[in-house]
Design a protein around this ligand. Sequence first.
Ligand SMILES: Nc1ncnc2c1ncn2[C@@H]1O[C@H](COP(=O)(O)OP(=O)(O)OP(=O)(O)O)[C@@H](O)[C@H]1O
Ligand SMILES: [Mg+2]
Length: 218
Amino acid sequence: MLSAQDLALDYRSGGSVAHAVDTVSLAVERGSFVGLIGPSGSGKSSLMYLLSGLKRPNRGAVSFEDRDYASLSGAGLMRLRRHRFGFVFQQHFLVNYLSAVENVMVGAVKRNHDTAAYAQELLRRVGLGDKLQKRPYQLSIGERQRVAVARALVHRPAVVFADEPTASLDQATGHEVVNLLADYRRTGGGSLLVVTHDPAMLTGADRVLQMRDGRIAA
Ligand SMILES: Nc1ncnc2c1ncn2[C@@H]1O[C@H](COP(=O)(O)OP(=O)(O)OP(=O)(O)O)[C@@H](O)[C@H]1O
Ligand SMILES: [Mg+2]
């Protein structure tokens, strides 16, 4: 469903070049959970940016449902991300003056009664049914991250990209967050890509890729 062929991303600064992603090919099947681990600086986030169309590669190609990103304009890529992809980052980026349920609605493509009801259902599913009207600063860090997970899922994305979604959480809460994402994959049929430093978070993964120096190790 999502596939990459010989992807490369270089960062140039001054006279030097960092090969953040160096000739990576991979395919993510529909409904699969793929984990990505590797040392700091090995290119995990950079690879996620390329796969999700947040950055364009210097070489190589990415396609989603047989559509090559190179054939899409910046606006087309943005539309693809907004409609088909969900994102969870290490930092939750919630809007502080919006309630939990309003924050989840930020991720909705259509704002209507159905999506509002689904936003509430998702918050109940992540254990926040009694905190729908709380604002982020009234929630714990783990609770905020669960709101961020609900926001990433509210438009029923085909692929969820999660970059260190558990980094600021204790291990039990981290597991909870990953399980929520894995549940969505099982019930919603979406694919899930999770970057983490912690292999324990990937016990449910179908496949774990090891990154090192911009490459995927065998
Ligand atoms: N904006 C940038 N300009 C220059 N170099 C960069 C930039 N962003 C990342 N890099 C370099 O690209 C390489 C890969 O970075 P990336 O953020 O993808 O690593 P990572 O595996 O996600 O690391 P971490 O686990 O610390 O998040 C690193 O060597 C980094 O220094
Ligand atoms: Mg990173």
